[in-house]
Design a protein around this ligand. Structure first.
Ligand SMILES: O=C(O)CCC(=O)C(=O)O
Length: 216
């Protein structure tokens, strides 16, 4: 494991997952993603002056816990227009959060309430944005990374945008002074699939899980 600190209160733990652990996480996600009701979708976004029918920038999207609606940036118990809820957050994911925070980012009483799963392909990218849709916008955001290395943009302490490579099998956490930093995901690098992901993901594919507490 190697720890990077690109800016205060933003850490990246490289090689957090062993290849075997990574395979298990990816398998779990892909299995849930295949479900026709709660699994991966490619949601619509609000029309804008450039695009009458814009789509969420990452092709496969799924939530666990609360559903984050990319149409209006709000959280919901139920999947929009459905009578059922997203997948519950697995106990293993809760245990993972406790362990990461305890070791790398001490935080009192973290309760994971939503997990956004983004499955990137070679055409996907996520523009700069601030995670500010949570009523609790103080608790840290925890990110799990599998597959290809991405170019991750973030706002540094001077308000300028810098970037760092985040490889698969790593974990990141941003909170405290970094919680409301702008961030985004650019290019996925070729031929960088992390160990344990090769049998599930193609070149220039990446799965990220970002975990948040939504309410106080
Ligand atoms: O894919 C990632 O690591 C980042 C996703 C993201 O920016 C977000 O969920 O707010």
């Amino acid at each position: 494991m190697q720890i990077l600190k690109p800016r205060p209160d933003f850490i990246i733990v490289k090689d957090y997952f062993t290849p075997v652990q990574a395979s298990k996480w990816i398998e779990l996600i892909l299995k849930k993603g295949q479900d026709p009701l709660r699994g991966f979708t490619h949601p619509d976004l609000k029309p804008n002056r450039f695009h009458p029918t814009p789509k969420y920038p990452v092709k496969n999207f799924m939530c666990m816990g609360f559903y984050w609606n990319p149409l209006n940036y709000s959280y919901h118990k139920y999947i929009p227009d459905q009578t059922f809820k997203p997948w519950p957050i697995p106990a293993s994911l809760r245990e993972f959060c406790s362990s990461v925070l305890e070791t790398y980012f001490p935080w009192n009483k973290y309760s994971p309430e939503t997990v956004l799963v983004n499955y990137y392909d070679s055409k996907s990218a996520m523009g700069l944005h601030v995670d500010k849709d949570e009523e609790d916008d103080r608790s840290p955001v925890i990110g799990m990374n599998f597959g290809s290395t991405c170019r991750f943009f973030y706002e540094n302490e001077n308000g300028l945008i810098s970037d760092v490579k985040i490889p698969g099998n790593s974990v990141y956490v941003f909170g405290k002074s970094a919680r409301l930093m702008r961030h985004g995901v650019g290019t996925l690098y070729s031929n960088t699939l992390s160990a344990g992901s090769e049998q599930y993901l193609k070149n220039k594919e990446r799965i990220s899980l970002t975990i948040r507490q939504v309410y106080h």
